[in-house]
Design a protein around this ligand. Sequence first.
Ligand code: UDP
Length: 330
Amino acid sequence: MKQMRVLVTGGAGYIGSHTVRLLLESGHQVWAIDNLSTGHRQSLPDECLLVGDLRDESRLDHLLVVHQIEAIVHFAASALVPESVRNPALYYRNNVIASLVLLEQMRRHGIKKLVFSSTCATYGLPDRVPIDEETPQRPINPYGNTKLAVERAILDHAAAYSWGVALLRYFNAAGAHRSGDIGEDHTPESHLIPIVLQAVLGQRPHVQIYGTDYPTPDGTCVRDYVHVEDLAQAHVLALERLSENQPIVCNLGTGQGHSVREVIQTAERITGQSVPVVEAARRPGDPPFLVAQADRARQLLGWQPEFPDLESIVSSAWNWHRRHPRGYHE
Ligand code: UDP
């Protein structure tokens, strides 16, 4: 396999930092650009980090030349649905405009390899589940709209300029690195698994279950949780398989759905503690059931998730949260 000089945008973020680590372990030369608005300096080796904003075009231009970048893995984005509803301008700026700057710089420098972090939020409310890659993309919030806009821009650039690109649409990223030294740390936290584990650690009085009257087996929302190390693996595999003849478009999920109640019960089993819950109203915009048809990534990329079951996902998250109860802030 050819070693590449890779720029990871948003490399100090949750999935970015796990991918940087795996790219380094796979022998690539890696730099991460991150404005540290939500990323963490401590989540990656000092020598990899380039602090900066993608929209700073002259800086990006300089970095691409100085480090002779050959490929990009593009994570940098704002990624919270409710925030995107309140502040779409931020999402169009951070997700669409920043990505267009990146694409333009790739074009100017003749960089033809790109792996893009996309999302199942581009499907919106799917007509059928599990969701395959041919499911019509009809996002229902600004976050999904911006990610879909960038997907389209990338495909158009790839076709016109003969780039090799991959669009990886992930379901619910979860878990933490097996070492226990990098993991999920958002402020404020909005994701289910960290919230449940914060309740176990006594940092929250309870977990609110957003909706118990959904048309699902136990009335709570069902999601496809996929381990962050497995996501990182898929990015590395995609990078190594890019072809200018055909874009790679893949869902990344396990194909298994788990309800909110199941996640809470799994956390109780793993931690040996009970989690106080409060049944609350539905959270606006939450689809009841999102599960991937996940075969294509296995076939196209040879992707084999190492942590496909909820137990190992929650265990790894617990290992991180227990050791770093304040995340990176200690
Ligand atoms: N959820 C919940 N309580 C919380 C956080 C999340 O019941 O405090 C539910 C949420 O409604 C969704 C699922 O857990 O059905 C996963 O939510 P998360 O925010 O982790 O990911 P999303 O599916 O929104 O990307």
